[in-house]
Design a protein around this ligand. Structure first.
Ligand code: AMP
Length: 421
């Protein structure tokens, strides 16, 4: 069987997350839950696929994600469906569909799950990857902007990543703000078009702000002299941005203002931010977010301001290494069956302990006594509860403290109380 065609290989760009890394993933999800729930955010699950339109309208047809990276397929009913490449548009779609915005505002939600993009795989970049994100919908800011940014920053620190935060404001689409800026930028790019990498020239007319995202050295050089949005903000957007910065400073969240952070579509407004981490090479972005006051309307709904972020779980795990939170299997007691007659009682004791909230494992491989004691070490259990013929006859177990090496006989009924930590 060729490597590529082998059915024992996960598809290109996907990966299996195995123990012990999978424990770290679980711990990260736990941390997300506790961090965001403590700020009043509720969990949401949306489908893994949506009508393609949700992303075409909600991410933008001129974006690279929509243009080149979506897994789009017709279903048997001839509908065009797309595996979600991101989760913001689906969340806003769900809010509109279920009228959550008619209830108390802002609607505050968090999600965690797989996203799909057909990108060229490399370290930290996959075709199926995992994101944790929050969305706060219905509040115009700026306190919610600061809240969302602070939550993202604090979550990453809790996850063992020392993030670098860059913030910007991209204004809003009116002539005295971003539209005016766009024109100045397009004029500048047209005047310097010969120096812009040929692959980037198309963006000048379709999505000029995105030229700041170019990876091409030539284009980046041109962009270093480009006019900056921060010099073109209208007074309201400027005041909003200043307030967000004040609030972040007040709670000690360190940041840099970087006017080159852009989200180049009309429904993105005002606050935009990016979180990066060291040790990740070229894929150092661990997350990004921003305000999307025009998104609900782009999806066909009413005006509904919103802000959120998405963090890349795979990259957090890479960046945090062993620093991140971890959780191992939590087995407290390994019940050892010495002799065939003890197998049933050992199983019964393990079940009883588990029902009482104590982690317990037993042997399923017909190991001898020695093999079971070794497996008890592997399990990480503090205690071995050994049941042999003598113990069986007496209704007792030999309880061995695997840490201290001491052992004593105790009644079966007392094992639960003795091993509860
Ligand atoms: P974006 O939705 O493109 O702003 O991405 C937000 C975060 O998701 C990024 O900062 C990355 O950490 C992560 N991410 C995006 N695309 C990928 C990918 N293909 N593989 C792994 N992580 C990704």
């Amino acid at each position: 069987m060729s490597e590529e065609g082998s059915s024992f290989r996960a598809p290109k760009g996907t990966r299996d997350i195995l123990p012990p890394e999978s424990w770290r993933l679980e711990a990260l999800y736990d941390l997300a839950r506790s961090t965001f729930a403590a700020a009043g955010y509720a969990p949401i699950e949306t489908p893994a696929f949506e009508h393609t339109e949700v992303f075409a309208r909600g991410v933008g047809e001129t974006s690279e994600v929509v243009n080149k990276q979506m897994y789009t397929f017709p279903d048997k009913g001839g509908r065009s469906l797309t595996l979600r490449p991101e989760n913001t548009a689906p969340v806003v779609r769900a809010v509109l569909e279920h009228n959550l915005h008619r209830g108390p505002l802002p609607v505050k939600l968090y999600y965690a799950g797989p996203q799909f993009r057909q990108e060229r795989p490399q370290k930290g970049r996959y075709r199926e990857f995992f994101q944790i994100g929050i969305e706060a919908i219905g509040a115009p800011g700026p306190t919610i902007d600061a809240e969302v940014i602070e939550l993202g920053h604090r979550f990453l620190r809790g996850a063992g990543v020392e993030p670098r935060l860059k913030v910007n404001s991209i204004g809003h689409p009116t002539d005295d703000c971003r539209l005016g800026y766009n024109r100045a930028l397009v004029d500048y790019l047209r005047a310097n078009v010969d120096d812009v990498a040929s692959g980037d020239r198309g963006r000048i007319e379709t999505n000029p702000l995105r030229t700041f995202d170019s990876k091409e050295e030539r284009t980046r050089e041109v962009m270093s002299g480009a006019p900056l949005i921060t010099e073109h903000l209208c007074p309201d957007c400027k005041a909003h941005f200043e307030r967000v910065q004040e609030l972040l400073r007040a709670v000690g969240v360190p940041f840099d203002v970087d006017p080159r952070i852009v989200r180049g579509l009309d429904y993105y407004t005002r606050t935009a931010f990016e979180l990066t981490a060291g040790g990740l090479g070229s894929q150092d972005a661990v997350g990004g977010g921003g305000r999307y006051d025009g998104l609900a309307q782009s999806l066909g709904g009413e005006y509904l301001p919103g802000i959120g972020f998405a963090l890349g779980v795979d990259r957090i795990l890479l960046a945090a290494g062993d620093e991140g939170p971890s959780r191992r299997s939590q087995v407290d007691v390994y019940v050892v069956a010495a002799g065939e007659d003890a197998a049933g009682p050992a199983f019964a004791l393990a079940c009883r302990l588990r029902a009482g909230g104590i982690g317990a494992e037993i042997d399923h491989m017909a190991r001898g006594m020695k093999g079971q004691m070794k497996d008890a070490d592997r399990s990480g259990a503090r205690w071995a509860a050994i049941i042999g013929p003598d113990e069986l006859a007496a209704g007792e177990v030999t309880l061995k403290d695997l840490k201290e090496g001491l052992q004593e006989r105790v009644a079966v009924d007392d094992v639960e109380g003795r091993t509860r930590s």
